[in-house]
Design a protein around this ligand. Structure first.
Ligand SMILES: Nc1nc2c(c(=O)[nH]1)N[C@H]1C(S)=C(S)[C@@H](COP(=O)(O)OP(=O)(O)OC[C@H]3O[C@@H](n4cnc5c(=O)[nH]c(N)nc54)[C@H](O)[C@@H]3O)O[C@H]1N2
Ligand SMILES: Nc1nc2c(c(=O)[nH]1)N[C@H]1C(S)=C(S)[C@@H](COP(=O)(O)OP(=O)(O)OC[C@H]3O[C@@H](n4cnc5c(=O)[nH]c(N)nc54)[C@H](O)[C@@H]3O)O[C@H]1N2
Ligand code: SF4
Ligand SMILES: [Mo]
Length: 718
């Protein structure tokens, strides 16, 4: 498949949804050989730019503790030891057979990830439904895009991250970005925002912290975490008061505005200032900027979405966008910033508990019939809706819950809310198998660990944050002993005597995915590898080979039954857990530039560890003074779920009432020891972005004189 003397391979970054284009070259492109990364100018999302994670991505291929052999433990208490592939696969097959024999098909859970290629995400969903016949599958995208997906589905009838090519942003008159810190989470994205600003457009950032992104903004609104819904309703109140609504658009293209008008009547400016902390003149300015031109955007990131009312929070922003007449017009609209490398495609092809490929619903009889026919099974043999990610993790090893789990592409010990409870559930399982490149915190708790091929060692497709399907191309062979996820799934399906065909060739799996998605919302039927190469990617929906693809959906009509966008009235109710005398400070969580997600990958890359070596808590100096905390002190941060120990970083860029901890580190420094698993009723998104905590300095006499992170590494491998 690979010619190591071949010219540079054109592919994309392994990490985030911007999927920056890069070429991989080098004189010795054998397994483990050095790879030279060159950013691609022809890919318009990054236009020759990369962030530090992209530049250093090749180091992940050769990290010292890269998994190159399957590992297995004899009993739950025994250590993991290298074994053969046959032993590992035999063990998985026998555990699955034994547990399903005793408890039925739902005894086995599957957990996937938004970093998997479309082919792998599709195959994993099919594997769960056809080879395991389990309903118990969900994935980490539930923690990521689910609120925006639910809200856009409700309003527009379809969820596709951005409303058009990213380059459209550069011509915007105004962009309001709520809860996104793209200067750190997708640095080359900033180029499109500054393009707009250089052409006279305004950037408005809504964030409780004055982030690098907020510093770049023309206007920064700095609300208390969890109050975005009140803010958006307040902005709509002002838009109505100032006569800025697009009445013709409301009449022609939307339904349900009157109910929203009634509700936002209760969001007069002074009240909203009291709730959010955002001064009225700032709100007024924001609305005027947004309404002054034809081409404006309202974008949300995780800050506005990861809430127990996340779907309604996003809905409030969509209502504002609709009232101003933005969605469904070229060069304007509402968009959400998809996060993971294949966060968009990963939510379309069946990893979600309620979903079949092509963004179909698993409880829709027509969808079941279509997909069952492609899979060569009877529709009645497909399971129904399963549990959402956190509910699934919470049920593991309980009398009603799954007894075993197979996990591909996530590290929930670090990334799931209320992580200590998740660890307990994982340990209560009869059997856990994890496929990964590295011994992540979750893999270390498994009974069987399978070494998987990564990024530059495999091919497939990824759908970026624009909805553009692109190719990932293999540049090197995986190390000896390592297999691709598709190979693993194919051989397991075979051992489990699954009906249907189970190719391990990405191109063949993609052909099947095209068929399975045909006629669905996310229709890939007209997309081929050849077209992706020839056209620089293809935007879905693309129902046939002669269809050009759909860079800007909704220009003619929305994907709702009547073609109109739907308003839904929503009311502010505050965070699921508010501050009180015992836990008087808001905690919010998020990301830093040099680390990615649970850190399983980036905490192993030298330059990234140097740039961001350990977890910290951002504290305003006034709050720190009240609590007797100095910059650099060890701090114990406690919530009703647990306690984390991190180092204090004093900064006046954060509100007085709020502290911030990035979630990239394991052990005692885990932000998710603290977070609240209160779930959104529609999206089942946990409330990662706000809970109540208390801070106290770790007394110098009790503080060990090793760096906080060193203690964590010892603890984790003990
Ligand atoms: N460096 C880096 N880049 C990444 C990732 C990574 O881990 N590291 N992960 C990728 C993934 S999967 C994702 S989902 C994206 C996420 O990308 P972003 O959404 O940009 O990232 P976050 O840091 O989670 O949250 C953004 C901001 O929300 C703010 N915030 C917190 N609470 C609130 C609130 O209540 N309201 C508002 N309006 N803002 C709030 C935080 O202060 C933070 O600055 O990044 C992707 N890119
Ligand atoms: N407190 C707090 N918690 C959060 C968030 C937050 O903002 N605050 N954000 C949430 C969000 S938006 C997200 S997306 C999640 C992400 O959290 P996780 O799901 O834990 O994400 P990763 O760290 O990317 O984990 C991916 C794991 O799978 C491995 N892996 C990557 N690609 C592949 C592959 O192709 N095949 C296989 N077999 N393995 C692979 C990696 O090495 C890594 O161990 O975290 C969520 N958790
Ligand atoms: S912005 Fe995202 S895709 Fe681009 S180089 Fe950085 S991590 Fe990779
Ligand atoms: Mo994410």
């Amino acid at each position: 498949m690979t010619d190591t003397a071949a010219p540079d391979v054109r592919t994309h970054c392994p990490y985030c949804a911007l999927q920056c284009g890069m070429s991989l070259g080098g004189d010795d492109r054998g397994p483990g050989g050095p790879l030279r990364i060159t950013p691609r100018e022809d890919v318009r999302t990054n236009r020759g730019g990369l962030c530090q994670k992209g530049w250093t991505a090749a180091e992940m291929l050769t990290v010292p503790d890269r998994l190159t052999s399957p590992m297995m433990r004899a009993t739950r208490d025994a250590p993991l030891r290298p074994c053969t592939w046959d032993q590992a696969l035999d063990r998985i097959t026998s555990e699955v057979t034994r547990l399903q024999g005793a408890y039925g098909p739902d005894a086995i859970a599957v957990f996937g990830g938004g970093g998997l290629t479309n082919e792998k995400a599709y195959q994993l969903g099919k594997f769960a439904r056809v080879a395991l016949r389990t309903s118990q599958i969900d994935y980490n995208g539930r923690f990521c895009m689910s609120s925006a997906a639910a809200a856009t589905g409700r309003a527009f009838g379809m969820d596709r991250g951005l409303p058009g090519p990213i380059t459209d942003l550069g011509r915007a008159d105004a962009i309001l970005l709520a809860g996104g810190n793209v200067a750190e989470t997708m640095p080359p994205f900033m180029r499109h925002l500054t393009d707009a600003q250089e052409a006279g457009g305004a950037l408005i950032v809504v964030d409780p912290r004055r982030t690098p992104t907020a510093r770049q903004a023309n206007l920064h609104l700095q609300p208390t975490p969890g109050t975005d819904l009140a803010l958006a309703n307040g902005l709509l109140y002002l838009a109505i008061e100032e006569g800025l609504l697009d009445e013709a658009y409301l009449a022609a293209r939307t339904g349900g505005f009157e109910a929203v008008r009634t509700v936002v009547n209760g969001y007069w400016p002074d009240r909203v200032e009291r709730v959010t902390g955002v001064p009225v003149p700032h709100m007024r300015e924001a609305v005027r900027l947004l309404a002054r031109g034809e081409r404006s955007y309202i974008l949300t990131g995780r800050g506005a979405e990861q809430h127990a009312r996340g779907t309604d929070m996003v809905t409030a922003f969509i209502n504002l966008a609709l009232a101003l007449g933005l969605p469904g017009r070229p060069g304007s609209g509402y968009g959400c910033l998809t996060g993971q490398g294949n966060g968009q495609g990963g939510r379309e092809h069946g990893q979600k508990a309620d979903q079949l490929p092509g963004y179909r619903r698993i409880d829709d009889p027509a969808a079941r019939a279509h997909v069952a026919a492609v899979w060569g099974v009877h529709p009645d043999d497909l399971p129904g809706v399963g549990r959402s990610a956190y509910e699934l993790l919470e049920a593991l090893g309980t009398p009603e819950g799954p007894k075993a789990m197979l996990l591909f592409g996530s590290n929930p010990v670090v990334s799931a809310p209320r992580a200590s409870a998740v660890e307990e559930r994982l340990d209560a399982l009869d059997f856990l198998a994890v496929a990964d490149f590295v011994p992540s915190e979750t893999a270390r708790r498994a009974d069987v660990v399978l070494p998987a091929a990564q990024w530059a060692e495999e091919s497939g497709t990824m759908t970026n944050l624009e909805g553009r399907v692109q190719r990932r191309n293999r540049a090197v062979l995986p190390p000896e002993g390592v297999r691709t996820d598709l190979e693993i799934l194919a051989v397991l399906a075979d051992r489990l005597h699954a009906p249907g065909t189970w190719s391990d060739e990405p191109a063949e799996v993609f052909e099947e995915l095209r068929e399975a998605s045909a006629g669905g919302l996310a229709d890939y039927a007209g997309i081929s590898y050849r077209r992706i190469d020839a056209e620089g990617g293809v935007f879905w929906p693309c129902p046939s080979e002669d269809h050009p693809g759909t860079p800007r959906p909704f220009l003619e009509r929305f994907a709702t039954p009547d073609g109109r966008a739907r308003f839904t009235p929503v009311e502010h109710s505050g965070p699921a857990e508010d501050v009180d005398p015992e836990y008087p400070v808001y905690l919010t969580t998020g990301r830093v530039l040099a680390q990615y997600q649970s850190g399983a990958q980036t905490r192993r890359v030298g330059p990234l560890v140097e740039a961001a070596p350990e977890a910290f808590v951002e504290v305003h100096p006034d709050l720190a003074e009240r609590l007797g905390i100095a910059d650099g002190d060890g701090v114990r941060v406690a919530s009703r779920r647990g306690t984390a120990t991190v180092r204090a970083r004093l900064t006046d860029a954060i509100r007085h009432d709020t502290v911030f901890i990035p979630f990239h580190w394991g052990g005692e420094a885990r932000a998710n020891l603290l977070t609240n698993p209160a779930l959104d009723p529609m999206s089942r998104m946990p409330e990662f972005k706000v809970c109540a905590v208390r801070l106290e300095p770790v007394l110098p006499e009790s503080a060990p004189d090793v760096p906080i992170d060193a203690r964590i590494e010892e603890g984790a491998s003990a």
